[in-house]
Design a protein around this ligand. Structure first.
Ligand code: GLU
Length: 422
């Protein structure tokens, strides 16, 4: 590949730059001026921390982490923390902006935040992960809190990690603080239904998108990339709804069966990071998985999986993004021109933060809801969000991603003006 081609490819894959372009276009279409864009194009605060962690062999390893807070004009910032070797500052910044858009679409009283630590928890013991989680919270404790910035799980962090983080924060502040973090275990103030909420929201979007496209879910062929929290629950929901899940994958490869995979057995055999394909011989690549002939494709892994390199080879009629940023803006254009209905991440996976909000509300009230109440309220918010974005796309003649950005950024733009910040 020539140097120019490499540079162009990098440009396509730079999630912060492409997010800024989308924000600019959305604000322009809404009639907001350059000052609002200047304020919202970057997080208002990004903290970089370096902290030591004692490893099991007695050595000390220094880790780097980030916490980005996009904007708190609407309310405290909110968003997950990921543990992943590829975490970068720009990625965390973009993810915090996406959280703002997500909260804006759902009408939650939050701005966006995001955290990340460069590490690979798959090669760390349980006690090492605990020391890492606690050290990271100590490092960022000054800028987070129940009315400032409320973390949650993200890639390769789970309810146990949230439990350690909540405990560390409570010890620092010297009072019990369940409302500091969401996605906690039920015994520590977690919400019923939070674990499956991202997938439940994705499933609602799939149902609504299938209705728009005139596709019957019964017997529809579904491919799910990623078998972590979102991907695994979603495969189960689709299977139970009578769809045929013909392909799933993890970070190491993918498995495919035209007659439908045995999802229950895969769920039993996956490890806590969603790894399962290592147990199989006849695997295919993640690239081959994405290009399978199917009706519905759900990228539920990481960023930049569908790019201008493979967008033309995608055969799905509907794509619902469960991961954050799996499709580049260039690929979105190609897919839209091909007639694919693409439900963007900021709408598709917003079920997670919606139920996180419910969890925070329950913690603040000290009054807990039934699972049925959580699901009913999630259903109502997801359907309302879907319809608002769909109607905006139709009225403004845009794709669903741009419509989602317009809906999502509008209240924040209004809030910064009302506060007199611009
Ligand atoms: N990490 C999830 C997301 O990207 C959930 C965030 C939250 O619950 O605050 O939406």
């Amino acid at each position: 590949m020539s140097t120019v081609a490499v540079a162009q490819k990098d440009e396509e894959l730079n999630v912060l730059v492409s997010t800024q372009e989308m924000i600019q276009i959305a604000l322009n279409k809404l009639g907001y001026g350059q000052e609002v864009y200047e304020l919202l194009k970057e997080p208002m605060r990004t903290l970089t921390v370096r902290f030591p962690v004692r490893m099991d062999d007695g050595s000390v390893q220094v880790f780097t982490g980030y916490r980005a807070q996009h904007n708190n004009a609407v309310g405290p910032t909110k968003g997950g923390i990921r543990f992943h070797p590829d975490v970068t500052e720009d990625e965390v910044k973009a993810l915090s902006i996406w959280m703002s858009i997500k909260c804006g679409i759902a009408g939650l009283p939050y701005g966006g935040g995001k955290g990340g630590v460069i590490c690979d928890p798959r090669s760390m013991s349980f006690p090492e992960q605990e020391r890492l989680a606690r050290a990271y919270v100590r490092a960022i404790s000054q800028i987070v809190g129940p009315t400032k910035d409320i973390p949650a799980p993200d890639v390769m962090t789970n309810s146990q990690v949230m439990a350690w983080m909540m405990d560390e924060y409570s010890q620092i502040r010297e009072f019990d603080s369940p409302n500091f973090i969401t996605g906690k275990p039920i015994a520590l103030g977690g919400s019923l239904g939070r674990d499956s909420s991202t997938a439940r929201g994705v499933a609602i979007c799939i149902r609504e998108a299938a209705r728009v496209k005139g596709i019957t879910l019964e017997g529809a062929r579904v491919v799910v990339q990623g078998f972590g929290n979102a991907g695994s629950y979603l495969a189960k929901f689709m299977h139970d709804a009578g769809a045929k899940v013909i392909g799933i994958s993890d970070a190491y490869g993918a498995i495919h069966d035209e007659n439908g995979l045995d999802i229950d057995s895969l769920l039993e055999r996956r490890d806590s990071f969603g790894t399962v394909t290592k147990l199989f011989k006849n695997t295919i690549t993640n690239k081959e998985l994405l290009e399978l002939d199917c009706d519905i494709l759900v990228p539920a892994a990481i960023e930049n999986q569908i790019t201008k390199e493979n967008a033309n080879d995608i055969k799905a009629k509907i794509i619902v993004e469960a991961a954050n940023g799996p499709t580049t803006m260039e690929a979105t254009k190609i897919l839209t021109e091909k007639g694919v209905l693409l439900i963007p991440d900021v709408l598709g996976n917003s079920g997670g933060v919606i139920v996180s909000y419910f969890e925070w509300v329950q913690n603040n009230q000290g009054y807990y809801w039934t699972e049925a109440e959580v699901e009913e309220r999630l259903e109502a918010l997801m359907v309302r969000s879907f319809e608002t974005v769909l109607h905006t796309a139709q009225a403004r003649n845009t794709d669903m991603r741009l419509a989602a950005y317009m809906v999502g950024i509008k209240r924040m733009a209004e809030a910064v003006e009302l506060r007199g910040w611009v």
